[in-house]
Structure formats: structure tokens, C-alpha cells
Design a protein around this ligand. Sequence first.
Ligand SMILES: Cc1cc2nc3c(=O)[nH]c(=O)nc-3n(C[C@H](O)[C@H](O)[C@H](O)COP(=O)(O)OP(=O)(O)OC[C@H]3O[C@@H](n4cnc5c(N)ncnc54)[C@H](O)[C@@H]3O)c2cc1C
Length: 289
Amino acid sequence: MTIQDLIPLGPKTTMRIGGKALYYAEILTEKDVEEAYAFAKEKNVPLIVLGGGSNTIFADEVINALVVRIKNDEMQINENRVTVSAGKILGSFLNDLAVKNLDLSALTGIPGTVGGAIFGNAGQGAKGIWIDSFVESVTAFVDGQWKIFSREECDFRYRESAFKEMTPAPIIWKATLRVPSRPEADVKAEIERLIKKRIETQPHIKTAGSCFKSLPDGTPAWQLIDAAGLRGTKIGGIQISEKHANFLLNVEKGTFEDAVKITGLIKEKIPEIAGIEMRFYDTEGRLID
Ligand SMILES: Cc1cc2nc3c(=O)[nH]c(=O)nc-3n(C[C@H](O)[C@H](O)[C@H](O)COP(=O)(O)OP(=O)(O)OC[C@H]3O[C@@H](n4cnc5c(N)ncnc54)[C@H](O)[C@@H]3O)c2cc1C
């Protein structure tokens, strides 16, 4: 594993915002994971795990942390049981499974990695299908130890998991999923249908996806943001999307501060709005919500 200094983080996130990581490394092996953990401990800095960067933004200055990007991407199939590395890009995973007559199409259109999806139990809306319904077990490195978590131990809920609550942040390494069989042509047709629907309803340029969670009763955040008249609102270079009011767009060299201000405005105008989905890291590597 090579540790690099002062690597720009903006290009590693879909929102394209962020300063530089004091330390940065790409992680390919279990040994890399252990070395990264030891390095962060020795330097006394937080270890921030990055998958595809599709739900994350960083502060604009130097982030005093070791940021590690998970890049392992192997996959093994044994009938309906699939073991996949956390760094595998979810979209290519779905396509690779389709060719083997396996159907994970419910997760179509979610950017990022398998590890990121497990961490935040990615999926459709509050009443839809989430990745947890396919998970059998997850292997993660937790505070210096390798552990295997059963599905129950992962404690999945809507956009939540046990991993999200762990300090220091765990590194999800691989997962075993049970994936239903379906003919390749049907899976591919469904993937295509869902991608078309997404293109019609969601923006895909410089965004980190849904910013806020749905309410516990299932009311989507975009409805509340819309009802408060905030659709299209712009602060600095960040705009609440006209197309989907729960998406923030970096329209004109937006900054971290602009993004924090606009989420603050949404929370102020809509106090009932539920927890934030996007991950905002400040210069000390702490999460802001
Ligand atoms: C256009 C667009 C549409 C989207 N649509 C959806 C949607 O329909 N449903 C949905 O759920 N989400 C959606 N998202 C949000 C995002 O794609 C998901 O949250 C995705 O699962 C994040 O994966 P990632 O690898 O990019 O995570 P990152 O953004 O890299 O990280 C997100 C969090 O996960 C943690 N993490 C990532 N990998 C690991 C790992 N291996 N071990 C431990 N922690 C890890 C990070 O530390 C961070 O806190 C959308 C985003 C965009 C840009």
C-alpha cells in the first residue's frame, strides 16, 4: 500500500467538492486494510473510508485524516450464492450477475460500490427493496479485528446498518449475497427499464444523490422540500435540483460551505425533515449532520 500526501478529493466524489486528504491510499488487499488502520493509529488521525464517493462530500481545505479508497473487486458465484468484494462497482456487479441469469435489478441505477451500498443499506425508497434483502453475511475490519457479521448482526434498517454506528469507522471488505435466478434477457430488460425511468426523474450531473431520508411514514423528502417552495433554490454554486427536489447539484463551482448552508436552510424551513443521507466530512474528518 502506498500512502500519498495531499491528494485532491473532489475528483473522487460525484459532487466534485472537496479539498485534499492529508493522507490518501488505495486499498486492494487485506494486508493494505491492516496497514492503513495501523498508519491512522500511529499518526493519530481518523480513517475515512471511501467507496465510489457517490454519497460523500468533503470540506474544502485539507482534511486531517487518512482517506482510503476501497478498490478490491473480485466476485465468486456458487449457484445463487455470490461473494463479492466491497470495492466492486454496484452497476457492473448487476450486469455481471445478469449474464449468469441472476437478478439484482432492483438495485439498478444506484452509483457507487457494493461496500457503500451495504454501509448505507442502499436501495429503493422507504417502502422499496434494499440491498439487505439479499445479504447473508458481511466481512469487515472493525477496530483492528476481522469479523464476519450475519445478516441479523448487520442490523439493517432503512438507509441504516450496524456499520454506520461503529466508531472508529469499520472497513467493509466483502459480502455474501443470495441472488434469485431469472433469465438474462428478462434481467437486462428490467435494468434497461429502470435506467430509463431514472434518467427521466433524476439529475445525474455533479450530485451526491438523495440528501435527506424519507419520513418514517414513507413521505419522500422531495415532497416536503417542494411544498416548502425550495425547489430550484440556489446558494453560491449549489442548487436544489429542479428535476428532483431532494438532489443537490453543484452547478457553479459549489463549495462545501454552500452545501452546508443549503441543507441548513432546508432543515430550518422543514423541521420535520428526517435524517440526512449524504455524508459531509469536515476538515478534522468528522461527520456533520
Ligand atoms: C445520481 C445518484 C442516484 C442515487 N440513487 C440512490 C438510490 O436510489 N438509493 C440509494 O440508496 N442511494 C442512492 N444514491 C446514493 C449513493 O449512490 C449510495 O448511497 C451508494 O450506496 C454510496 O456508495 P459509494 O460507494 O459511492 O459510497 P461513498 O459515497 O464512497 O461512501 C458513503 C459512506 O459509506 C461508507 N463506505 C463506503 N464504502 C465503504 C466500505 N467498503 N466500508 C465501510 N464504509 C464504507 C463511507 O465511509 C461513507 O460514510 C444515489 C447517488 C447518486 C449520485
